[in-house]
Ligand binder design. Structure first.
Ligand code: FAD
Length: 492
């Protein structure tokens, strides 16, 4: 459903505070719709998504995935030998080189985004934005000659300009979030690390304790395990990945343990302290784990503290997230917000969608309010877990009535050829009508395989339409069609 936007006169000046996916995607839409756009960003275009979170973590995982291929070589009949014909026992990760590649790649992506914005006439200001009124953004700590921070150079090594003020008809706040830290586990950037600090490591940790078994903790724990480190995962819950599909989470936990990761369930961290070249992680039950490094993945907090929100009357939740409606409006007319600073759903794809919707609404274009039921999400473990639509929890709790089909992936012929030993496809559909309501794919590259299920959920296709669509033989997507076939409504 699309609805016309609110304002009757089209505003012409847009200021976006924050250049991550929530901000830069919005800026591109606003420029396309004819507005004069300025993006104010403090840390680099692309935001945390590109510079420290999403892109670097997925690049690290790509290397771990690549190394995992060597482990499969013998299964597929391949012997790895050196120039003398001697069998190579193992591959080894050179973390310094891996991290340099990751940081280079992230900076290149950031520069590409900045270039793209400038290409379409968007002004980019490197500094900290703050609301000084509903249509006024103050720029603090502006750097005239920013970009390309040189490794090792102090952050303030560029020329500073005096503070200035930008006037706007529409302001979009997209300032993101930052890792949550605790007084009892202060990161030191060397051995006690947030997920944003790990790319400064030049050598593979001998033993890393990852605190937190949500998506970030699980992804990083597996990446370092794949790279060859000893890994202990501290999980405060019964199972890793709480909140995810229970079958998928159990499978991943079994895979973790099977590959040698120590998973401490129902174990809450109480402190992490440094002792020379060791760290001591103490749990609430008194146990202590000694390791070389600790990575903290205990949630994030919105970057909204210094934005002048209270002065202007922009409402926030007790957690500090900016309150928005489904078209990204805040409580102040003309001020919109998108992305992790709103706490709607911490995904780059959702941030970008919120930003685009905000601009479409503000600038009088047709707009559909955001629909979180059709968001597809992926956890980049090995195998990956991709989900869309209703969940097993919805079905188990009776919130949604659904038929369920689960198909183990190892039965699929392509999976056998590829040496895939774990994974499944799960589909949910409405009883009688067979309308596809959701799905879970646990497989290598599940992030690519979930797309047909997302299309089906978003466009309310039924299982027969999915089942009667050709899939390539042999292919992993054949299992998605097969699961749909199993859900063909039968006459009782
Ligand atoms: C380890 C990790 C991995 C992730 N992987 C994925 C993934 O694979 N897929 C996915 O969809 N999501 C992923 N996410 C989530 C994703 O990174 C976030 O949802 C996304 O970054 C949110 O975008 P954003 O624009 O709201 O904020 P950000 O990307 O954080 O960008 C905010 C920008 O605002 C700037 N800023 C802040 N305050 C100010 C200010 N006062 N003035 C000017 N500028 C300011 C910052 O410098 C930053 O550039 C991951 C998150 C983490 C932690």
């Amino acid at each position: 459903m699309t609805t016309p936007a609110g304002p009757s006169t089209v505003p012409s000046r847009v200021v976006v505070v924050g250049g991550g996916p929530g901000g830069y995607e919005a800026a591109l839409v606003a420029a396309h719709l004819g507005a004069s756009v300025t993006v104010v960003d403090s840390d680099g275009l692309g935001g945390a998504a590109v510079l420290t979170d999403c892109v670097p973590s997925k690049a690290l995982i790509s290397t771990a995935d690549y190394m995992a291929q060597f482990d499969k070589a013998a299964d597929l009949g391949v012997a790895l030998v050196d120039d003398d014909g001697d069998e190579i026992a193992d591959s080894s990760a050179e973390l310094g080189a891996i991290n340099r590649r990751i940081l280079r790649l992230a900076r290149a992506q950031s520069a590409d985004i900045e270039g793209r914005l400038k290409e379409v006439g968007i002004a980019v200001v490197h500094g900290r934005g703050r609301l000084a009124g509903p249509g006024t953004v103050e720029v603090l700590d502006e750097r005239i000659d920013p970009v390309e921070p040189v490794e090792g150079a102090p952050a303030d090594a560029t020329d500073a300009a005096p503070a200035r003020t930008l006037q706007a008809d529409v302001v979009l706040l997209a300032t993101g979030a930052t890792p949550r830290t605790m007084a009892t586990a202060e990161p030191d950037g060397e051995r006690i690390l947030t997920w944003q600090q790990v790319y400064a490591l030049s050598e593979l940790p001998e033993h890393v304790v990852v605190v937190g078994s949500g998506v970030t903790g699980a992804e990083l724990a597996e990446a370092y395990l794949g790279l060859g480190a000893k890994v202990t995962l501290v999980s405060s819950r019964e199972r890793v990945l709480p909140g995810e599909d229970p079958d998928a989470a159990q499978l991943i936990e079994d895979v973790f343990r099977g590959r040698g990761m120590e998973v401490l369930s129902r174990s809450r961290m109480s402190s992490v302290v440094r002792d020379c070249d060791r760290v001591l992680v103490t749990l609430e039950d008194g146990r202590t784990i000694e390791a070389s490094h600790a990575i903290l993945a205990v949630g994030s907090v919105p970057r909204t503290a210094d934005l002048g929100l209270e002065d202007v009357g922009v409402a926030t939740s007790p957690s500090g997230h900016i309150t928005v409606d489904r078209v990204s409006r805040t409580t102040v007319r003309g001020v919109y917000a998108a992305g992790d600073c709103t706490g709607v759903l911490p995904l780059a794809s959702v941030a970008a969608m919120q930003g685009r919707i905000a601009m479409a609404h503000a600038l009088g274009d047709a707009v559909a309010p955001i629909d979180l039921r059709v968001v597809s999400a992926n956890i980049f473990t090995d195998p990956e877990i991709a989900t869309v639509g209703v969940s097993q929890k919805d079905v188990d709790e009776g919130t949604v009535e659904a038929e369920v089909a689960v198909l183990p992936l190892p039965r699929n012929p392509r999976a056998k050829m590829l040496g895939i030993r774990e994974g499944f496809v799960k589909l949910f559909c409405q009883p009688n009508s067979g309308t596809v309501l959701g799905g879970v794919v646990v497989a290598p590259r599940a992030s690519e395989l979930i797309y047909p299920v997302t299309l089906a959920v978003q466009h309310r296709l039924n299982v027969d339409q999915m089942a009667s669509t050709f899939t390539v033989y042999p292919s992993l997507s054949g299992s998605i069609a097969e699961a749909a076939r199993q859900l063909h409504p039968t006459r009782d």
